[in-house]
Ligand binder design. Structure first.
Ligand code: FMN
Length: 188
């Protein structure tokens, strides 16, 4: 897949098949992530690959009601659609994806969030080019201060979570969509 096609046809996928992704393909997705630019070439990222569904369900059950109360008065963007999802029967914040990868960054690294976000986008595009869907799951953030639950992610000393992405073969492929025209200022 051409890079520009991959970028313009990638969508967040929220329905996955049960089929697990082969370790070798997950390895390639992670490797592609590490080709992202990073400040001072520090490459401050690390990865936690979670395939324990019982653990993911526990994290989801903890996050769901908190997300619901945080979102109760939100109506911007896809807030209404997201609230409807949160209220739907059997909803998991990870959409029952077979693999969830938490991208972690070296806590002491000043640009770790930017570096890891660039890495994450590479990973989502690489996944898409392998026919694998993905969705960044910001909802995990509300569990960050729950030490007991976070212990399950086995984050190594010196690293902190930056983002969590669900990966799996899509059961439903959303169509490519148009994005808003951005405000652009030219200075020349
Ligand atoms: C930082 C961040 C957090 C997100 N958190 C969630 C989430 O918790 N649940 C979810 O379903 N989608 C989440 N998304 C996906 C966005 O809703 C999605 O990217 C947006 O609606 C645009 O759709 P697209 O990715 O298909 O272009 C998140 C995306 C980003 C970048």
């Amino acid at each position: 897949m051409e890079a520009i096609d991959a970028i313009m046809t990638r969508r967040s996928v929220r329905k996955f098949q049960n089929q697990q992704i082969a370790d070798a393909i997950l390895g390639k997705i992670i490797k592609t992530g590490t080709y992202a630019p990073s400040a001072l070439a520090l490459q401050p990222w690390g990865f936690v690959v979670v395939q324990d569904q019982a653990f993911l369900n526990r994290v989801s059950d903890y996050c769901k009601p908190i997300m619901h109360s945080l979102m109760k008065d939100a109506h911007d963007g896809m807030s209404d659609a997201f609230r409807a999802l949160l209220e739907s029967e059997g909803y998991s914040i990870y959409y029952h994806a077979p693999t969830v990868i938490m991208i972690i960054g070296k806590t002491a690294s000043r640009f770790r969030e930017i570096d890891c976000a660039l890495c994450a986008e590479n990973m989502m595009l690489a996944a898409h080019s392998h026919g694998i869907g993905s969705c960044w799951i910001g909802s995990t953030e509300v569990a960050y201060d729950n030490k007991e639950l976070m212990a399950g992610f086995r984050i190594p000393e010196g690293y902190s979570p930056v983002g969590t992405i669900a990966f799996g073969y899509p059961a439903e492929i959303p169509e490519a969509h148009d994005k808003k025209d951005p405000h652009v200022t030219w200075v020349r």
